[in-house]
Ligand binder design. Structure first.
Ligand code: NAD
Length: 401
């Protein structure tokens, strides 16, 4: 990304614990930028409760906020709580859809000092690319008992002949759209990331043996991207990778291998042979489950970062939500949002600041003085507030720079 000298970066602190981790993140990112010779012009933007307080009770997602992210192309946000009756299912989904941020990217890597249930945590360094806009999460579904659902039932029974599947009585029905455009752009993004970050492999994760025309089609379209859009020496589309071991295949040196795996088996492999996986690309639902499962292996929500990409933009955001029980108490772990900022810096080409953030967070966690979520997992851990923990990270940044 071509970033101006002193970029304007919109920041949305968010609801609930966003009020704690948002300001803490802003301080840490400012310190990392300054320590590496950059300057950020932060632009506070609002959504959720903060927007309602500022713009009026009906305004959850002001145009100003959407416009700022659209214009400045990189932004960071904390979690948002969607009020009941807001007019959409989720503020986050509305934001991602409005800005066409079609790829949700979550790196899962082991941070030194975090207790982990994994056999060999040091070998885990994976990035998941989850399609953000379609699949069963698109929200196309009908409630049991409505006229619409009965119309769909009639069509499926009478026109398609599935009368033995649709039992009598109440039924809920949803649609799983998987498009060529949605699948291909997601896989392209994952392959480009793998090439740019010297990764070895992109694994397309789907359940195409059962859902042939949706998940299976995702796999086929994904492999088409690998085969048709890149030179062989850059990207190698592994033949028949669903059914055959790839050890035998002769892969050009330095090429990114693109392979397919079935989603159920993948959940097992991801835990047993973590070191074999690198970049994963998958439809929305698989991506949700797999990235959470992967995150649990390296310490959980308090340290799990993420970012949404699409249309030449990056909106970084932690995986976690607004955790209302802990809100406004200066207790929550800011690491997830801080490490999301690291992804944003990488996207901007500020690699030195990004590395500094990771090293400083790792050093703070290794010291065993951490927020409550990690403190209870670490033997002899010392509990710090959000503010104190963030101050430690800033000190480490200054020492390491
Ligand atoms: P959550 O992620 O907010 O919290 C689950 C639990 O994880 C918390 O109770 C807490 O114990 C722990 N936790 C989460 N983040 C933490 C942190 N930074 N430090 C320490 N502990 C942390 O999930 P939830 O309770 O299911 O959702 C609460 C609200 O957040 C809901 O309104 C939901 O819609 C929203 N949400 C928003 C986003 C987003 O903005 N992207 C994502 C998920 C959920």
């Amino acid at each position: 990304l071509d970033v101006p000298e002193n970029p304007v970066i919109p920041i949305l602190h968010g609801d609930g614990i966003g009020r704690d981790v948002g300001p803490a993140t802003q301080k840490v990112l400012t310190a990392a930028a300054e320590a590496t010779g950059h300057e950020i012009n932060w632009m506070r933007v609002y959504a959720g409760q903060a927007a309602r307080d500022r713009y009026g009770e009906d305004v959850n997602l002001p145009d100003d906020t959407v416009q700022a992210i659209r214009e400045h192309r990189v932004a960071i946000k904390g979690p948002l709580t969607t009020p009941v009756g807001a007019g959409y299912r989720s503020l986050n989904v509305a934001l991602r859809q409005t800005l066409d941020l079609f790829a949700n990217v979550r790196p899962t890597y082991y941070l030194d000092g975090v207790p982990s249930p994994m056999k060999s945590p040091e070998e885990m360094d994976m990035v998941t690319f989850r399609e953000n806009t379609e699949d069963v999460y698109a929200g196309i579904e009908w409630e049991a008992g409505t006229e619409e659902v009965e119309q769909v039932r009639d069509f499926v029974e009478d026109e398609m002949g599935f009368d033995d599947v649709m039992h009598d009585g109440p039924i809920g029905i949803g649609i799983k759209p998987i498009t060529e455009k949605g699948s291909k752009r997601l896989v392209r993004e994952a392959i480009d990331y793998a090439i740019e970050n010297d990764r070895d492999k992109v694994t397309l994760v789907h359940k195409g043996n059962i859902m042939k025309f949706t998940e299976g089609q995702f796999g086929e379209w994904g492999m088409e991207v690998a085969e048709e859009e890149y030179p062989d020496e850059e990207v190698f589309a592994a033949p028949d990778s669903l059914w055959e071991e790839q050890d035998e295949v002769d892969i050009p040196e330095d090429a990114v291998m693109v392979e397919e795996r079935l989603a159920d088996a993948m959940l097992q492999w991801m835990q047993l042979r973590t070191d074999e996986f690198d970049v994963l690309a998958m439809p929305n639902l698989n991506g949700d489950y797999l990235s959470d499962a992967a995150g649990a292996q390296i310490g959980g929500l308090g340290i799990a970062p993420g970012a949404n990409f699409g249309a030449g933009r990056c909106l970084a955001e932690p995986v976690h939500g607004s955790a209302p029980k802990r809100a406004g108490q200066d207790q929550a772990n800011p690491s997830a949002m801080i490490l999301s900022g690291r992804l944003m810096f990488e996207y901007m080409g500020w690699d030195d600041a990004a590395t500094l953030i990771r090293d400083a967070v790792e050093e703070s966690i290794s010291a065993g003085e951490v927020t409550y979520d990690l403190e209870r997992q670490i033997e002899d851990g010392v509990k710090l507030s959000t503010t104190e923990f963030a101050e430690n990270i800033v000190e480490n940044i200054e020492d390491l720079a």
